[in-house]
Design a protein around this ligand. Structure first.
Ligand SMILES: Cc1cc2nc3c(=O)[nH]c(=O)nc-3n(C[C@H](O)[C@H](O)[C@H](O)COP(=O)(O)OP(=O)(O)OC[C@H]3O[C@@H](n4cnc5c(N)ncnc54)[C@H](O)[C@@H]3O)c2cc1C
Length: 265
């Protein structure tokens, strides 16, 4: 059994753990960071594969470039020159409704103009303007049905299956879309909150239209991001794969992490 001291021990080398290690490397360069990963490979849910002339993804196919931390992470990974982007406004998405594929426009107002749901259901969406915020931690399905009506559930399902491969009856809205929840709390309505945000952004941009964010990946697929972050850690001996953590407990002056191949303080 090996024993190693570190200032920070990160459990799991998915994109969360690798990001924590990368940001700490920049913000606290003198800290000794150790990442322990249970599986043989790093990257967690992110895993690209190439075959038969195609590049495909087992997990996420991309992420939006509208978040400063994501752009920082790309810089830290040294992948700025390998970005591949697809503007969200040009996306084509389909949802299977009533056994038929329907094109879903990418802008909320255009969705409402399409004959995808009956007019009563469209009016029900406006009830968001006066529905009180839901207390507690509702699921995505409970929250969407409460704010916009049950007719929008198939669309919410498509969005969350596409983004998290998750079940809207189990995912919590506070965990997956905290921004929408914040709009609901602050403005009493998501629609009012979105319009407020658009107005504020337009004023800040002096009337210039804000561009829609772009879906971002890399020439080598999403796997390039964790691979590059992991390679940097491995070069410093700061990433141990095939070393799952079994227990974490307090000890004098810190924490003791017990893993398959050692004990880490
Ligand atoms: C099919 C699919 C499609 C998706 N599409 C998108 C998308 O298009 N865009 C998007 O933004 N998001 C998408 N997501 C969500 C995104 O992939 C995840 O939110 C993200 O990758 C989670 O990263 P993570 O590091 O938090 O967790 P994980 O990727 O799950 O990583 C956790 C890591 O911790 C390790 N671990 C667990 N327990 C231990 C232990 N005891 N000791 C040591 N290591 C341990 C695991 O082996 C794993 O490597 C998708 C997810 C899936 C599954």
């Amino acid at each position: 059994m090996e024993h190693q001291d570190s200032d920070v021990c990160v459990v799991g080398a998915g994109i969360s753990g690798l990001s924590v290690a990368a940001f700490l490397g920049e913000l606290k360069p003198s800290w000794r960071v150790l990442v322990l990963e249970r599986s043989e490979r790093s990257g967690g849910a992110i895993d690209s594969f190439a075959g038969g002339g195609y590049l495909a993804e087992w997990g996420p196919h991309g992420f939006l470039d509208n978040c400063a931390e994501s752009r920082d992470l790309i810089r830290l990974a040294g992948l700025e020159g390998e970005r591949v982007t697809a503007p969200l406004g040009e996306f084509v998405r389909y949802v299977c409704l009533g056994g038929r594929l329907q094109v879903i426009p990418q802008k909320p107002l255009r969705i409402l103009r399409q004959p995808l749901i009956p007019w009563q259901a469209k009016l029900r969406v406006l009830a968001d303007l006066w529905r009180p915020p839901l207390a507690g931690e509702p699921t995505v399905a409970e929250w969407v049905a409460h704010r916009f009506g049950p007719a929008l559930l198939p669309f919410a399902d498509a969005v969350y299956t596409g983004t998290y491969a998750g079940d809207i009856e189990r995912l919590r809205i506070d965990a997956v879309m905290p921004g929408l929840r914040e709009l609901e709390r602050r403005h009493g309505s998501v629609i009012r909150g979105v319009f407020h945000r658009l107005r504020t952004a337009r004023a800040a941009n002096r009337g210039e239209k804000r561009r829609l964010p772009a879906m971002t990946s890399f020439a080598g697929g999403m796997g390039a991001l964790p691979a590059r972050l992991a390679a940097e850690l491995e070069a410093r001996g700061a990433l141990h794969c095939a070393n799952g953590v079994g227990a974490i407990g307090p000890e004098a002056g810190g924490w003791r992490v017990t893993a398959e191949r050692g004990v880490y303080s």
